[in-house]
Design a protein around this ligand. Structure first.
Ligand SMILES: Cc1cc2nc3c(=O)[nH]c(=O)nc-3n(C[C@H](O)[C@H](O)[C@H](O)COP(=O)(O)OP(=O)(O)OC[C@H]3O[C@@H](n4cnc5c(N)ncnc54)[C@H](O)[C@@H]3O)c2cc1C
Ligand code: SF4
Length: 543
């Protein structure tokens, strides 16, 4: 292999895990190759077109997977520089401190993590800084302890959401400002990169003001001459030495042509489903069940949360533009009448009639879809799903991904819906009183894309980390137990899914693993720090 194709570190995937790690390692001076199967998202007016994004699904992959019955599955996922962070809603939560311990749920046990919240805390703080999280500490009763304030003030509520926050508070709840990664400067709107628009959650940001992994991590990393990015570079297989202890070859198909690269360290970060698929496809004589899979856990314990979109229709209109500012965690760990954890309540971006048509909800009496969209508060409910070894990613004979998933812990989600329903009934308005609230209507998010599973946006758990090589594939540094130079830093490593969005935990963990790699590569701290100050991130962050 030519010297040109040999690197110190190869990172596969540029999302929340891979992009963040690339940024962290860039000042090390080590030769780093980033391989990304997608290209950059084109900057075009379609970025903010609801029909193009939500109905035509222009930016979703056209790849086909299969469900357990062999039926076609159109995954709601995106292959671009920045990964799914290009499209995410940028609600950037820390897991709760108790989420790191074992928790008894109505549907079973959520297992403990092999590291504690306190070990991840400094990296959460770094990740919040890097991704410019806007929030207010002290409002959320389940919030874990934090050493620092959020780097930016919370994004304010618009009038209708403020009204709801006041109503919830009057009903004894503790609504709080959702921590958000949008580069909004409300004090200085003329210069604010973010314009607070209605096409954020699920859309790429046309003005590059969303805190995504491309804008804040990959592009700044590429300012370093030691970092190379290859786009449209699909990694097909990893090959090992004859002893099976080291990854020696990374086999890539780039523009239809096969290429081979090698790295002293190889980091897989393709997203929880594709990373498991890559390891399974890389089976060889030494690793007959797939790479790093002597435990037989690779691909198993797939989790993706139980998520619902519930529209609360009121007689009063909801003219909110940017709706994702409010969350409620009062039922996260249980309530007086249901002692098990239920989950997290927040918002999706404001739904419009075009988007509603793709997953038509039951129509509220006397309303059209247009009217419903104008009058709805569009809640996003997330409950923890538990790691079941039979919920898994596998590869069929044709090399296609097969995703098997039976939902679990559903009683918790039903209870969460019921608790929200009760809280909404206590809402009043000065014109209609309690009659203002017409009820909750479920919207099936995925009817338009014909996805029979719950969707894969929050995918995690398929290559779990742990201390015991018999029950986990990765050690606590996210290095494969079975190999000396293979790491995984995307959402695969989660032993349990908790019930808040996974993005910030993936970012924080990538920074933690990044520190381990800097030590392993013996990067002198002084040199690293001096190089780091050249980073453009400080300017981008307005720091
Ligand atoms: C619409 C939407 C809204 C969301 N909202 C939120 C939110 O508000 N808050 C939150 O925390 N999370 C949210 N998420 C989830 C969040 O985006 C993911 O948890 C996060 O991006 C996962 O990071 P990752 O590194 O595991 O994978 P990804 O971000 O998916 O990155 C994986 C990368 O690997 C590349 N890749 C895959 N296979 C290969 C291969 N074989 N070779 C080369 N490259 C490959 C992919 O193209 C991709 O770039 C949302 C997701 C979606 C889709
Ligand atoms: S301008 Fe702001 S609200 Fe609009 S997509 Fe970009 S980050 Fe989101």
């Amino acid at each position: 292999m030519s010297r040109e194709n040999q690197f110190d570190v190869i990172i596969i995937g540029t999302g929340a895990g891979g992009g963040t790690l690339a940024h962290h390692l860039a000042p090390s001076g080590k030769r780093i190759l980033i391989l990304e199967r997608g290209d950059y998202v084109a900057r075009e007016k379609d970025n903010w077109n609801s029909k193009v994004v939500n109905v035509d699904a222009k930016y979703n992959t056209k790849e086909l997977w299969r469900d357990a019955d062999g039926k076609e599955l159109h995954p709601h996922t995106n292959y671009y520089v920045g990964g799914n962070t290009k499209f995410y809603g940028a609600a950037l939560f820390r897991l709760r401190r108790n989420d790191f311990g074992e928790i008894r749920h109505h549907g079973g046990i959520s297992p403990a993590w092999p590291i504690s919240y306190d070990e991840l805390e400094p990296y959460y703080a770094q990740a919040e800084n890097l991704y410019q999280v806007h929030g207010n500490r002290g409002e959320d009763p389940t919030e874990p302890p934090a050493g620092k304030a959020y780097p930016w003030p919370a994004v304010s509520h618009e009038a209708r959401i403020q009204h709801l926050a006041d109503d919830f508070r009057a009903a004894g709840l503790n609504p709080f400002h959702t921590p958000l990664g949008v580069m909004l400067d409300e004090k200085n709107p003329r210069l604010s990169p973010c314009i607070r628009c209605n096409t954020c959650d699920g859309f790429p940001c046309l003005v590059h003001a969303k805190s995504d992994a491309q804008v804040l991590c990959v592009d700044p990393a590429l300012q370093y001459p030691n970092v190379t990015l290859l786009t449209s570079a699909l990694v097909k297989r990893l090959e090992t030495d004859s002893a099976g202890r080291e990854v020696r070859g990374v086999i890539v198909e780039r523009n239809g042509v096969p290429e081979t690269y090698s790295g002293s360290i190889v980091v897989v970060s393709c997203g929880a489903i594709n990373s498991a698929a890559l390891l399974l496809r890389s089976a060889n004589d030494r690793h007959p069940n797939g790479l790093a899979n002597s435990s037989d856990v690779v691909g198993r314990h797939y989790m993706g949360h139980t998520n619902s979109v519930l529209m609360a229709i009121s007689k009063c209109p909801n003219p909110t533009i940017f709706q994702k500012t409010l969350s409620v965690n009062d039922f996260y760990f249980g309530s007086k009448d249901f002692e098990y954890p239920m989950g997290h309540i927040s918002f999706v971006g404001k739904l419009d009639a075009i988007t509603l048509r793709t997953g038509a909800p039951a129509i509220a009496p006397g309303f059209t879809l247009e009217l419903m969209a104008k009058h709805s508060l569009d809640f996003w409910l997330t409950s923890e799903d538990l790691p079941d070894p039979n919920n898994r990613v596998a590869i069929n004979r044709d090399g296609e991904i097969v995703l098997t998933y039976a939902p679990n812990n559903l009683k918790a989600h039903d209870q969460l819906k019921e608790h929200l329903q009760r809280a909404m009934k206590q809402n009043t308005c000065s014109i209609h009183g309690h009659e203002c609230h017409q009820g909750l209507f479920a919207r099936n998010l995925y009817v338009g894309q014909r996805i029979p599973l719950a969707g894969v946006a929050h995918q995690n758990g398929t290559i779990r980390f742990g201390r015991d090589p018999k029950t986990s594939a990765l050690d606590i540094n996210c290095k494969a137990h079975d190999l000396d130079n293979l790491y995984v830093v995307d959402g695969s490593f989660f032993p349990s899914s908790a019930a808040v969005n996974p993005g910030l935990t993936i970012m924080a963990n990538a920074l933690r693993v990044g520190d381990h790699l800097l030590q392993r590569l013996r990067v002198p701290i002084a040199e690293y720090a001096a190089n780091g100050s050249k980073s453009t991130v400080a300017q981008l962050a307005g720091g």
